[in-house]
Design a protein around this ligand. Structure first.
Ligand SMILES: [Zn+2]
Length: 244
């Protein structure tokens, strides 16, 4: 009697791992342990769907947390299992009292120049008669003019929570956050580091700071702007897949 009760107890505490179609489903204790893990190293024959299911997260979140615009992953690649934001200057971004209802859109641009940084664009925009200087709220550098590839610079318009000057439409300028990715993407491609920073920045602003409210757009998607900005090589489709 005593022994059978002990066997029953043992059976109850034993972990049961189910397998469906070759995919191991984890019980809740394993799932918790997996989620406590900070990253996963991709093994041969694994894809994002498989890894997402294993850790109980979505493919979209895996892509956001790892700055991936496509579903392509390589064996040996480290995938973070939660948001990182380590590439972002969070203290500076969070310095102002952020107006959460004001910002309805996040608009991406290219600089249409081979190089530059926030200071250089600020001077150029002042020369063009913009009293508030740098027309964008953020600039993502490409490794030129002493600004590291993928570095996010925060403009004074963000720090002051004032309208941008990055589009023709005054309605959009008043309610849209402008992000400029340095480069001419008619001729060149967004660097991996710029892309990762851009995804992290939009994810942070849209999903964290502004609770999912703002819409993601690129400049040429706004009616009557008559522009090719941010260039034909900008990953517009992939970004919409991530941000709607
Ligand atoms: Zn533009």
């Amino acid at each position: 009697m005593e022994e059978s009760r002990r066997n029953f107890m043992l059976q109850c505490t034993k972990r049961v791992t189910l397998s469906v179609g070759g995919l191991a489903l984890l019980d809740s204790a394993d799932l918790l342990a997996a989620q406590l893990q900070r990253y996963h190293v991709v093994r041969k024959n694994e894809n994002l769907t498989l890894i997402a299911r294993r850790y109980g997260v979505t493919v979209n979140n895996l892509k956001l947390w790892n700055g991936l615009s496509s579903d392509v992953i390589m064996p040996g690649q480290k995938l973070y299992l939660r948001a990182q934001y380590s590439a972002l200057p969070l203290k500076t971004i969070n310095r102002p009292r952020i107006s959460t209802t004001k910002w309805k859109n996040i608009i991406a641009h290219h600089s249409a120049t081979d190089n530059g940084n926030a200071k250089i664009f600020d001077a150029a925009h002042r020369r063009r008669g913009m009293d508030n200087g740098l027309a964008y709220h953020f600039v993502i550098c490409n490794g030129t003019n002493g600004c590291a590839d993928g570095k996010v610079e925060v403009g004074s318009r963000w720090l002051r929570q004032i309208k941008g000057g990055h589009v023709k439409s005054e309605t959009y300028n008043a309610n849209s956050i402008g992000i400029c990715v340095v480069g001419n993407f008619e001729k060149k491609w967004v660097s991996r580091k710029q892309e990762a920073s851009l995804i992290a920045l939009i994810d942070y602003l849209k999903n964290n700071t502004l609770k999912g409210r703002p819409k993601f757009l690129v400049h040429r998607e706004i009616k009557k702007e008559q522009t090719i900005c941010p260039g034909k090589n900008f990953p517009v489709k992939a970004m919409h897949k991530l941000f709607g």
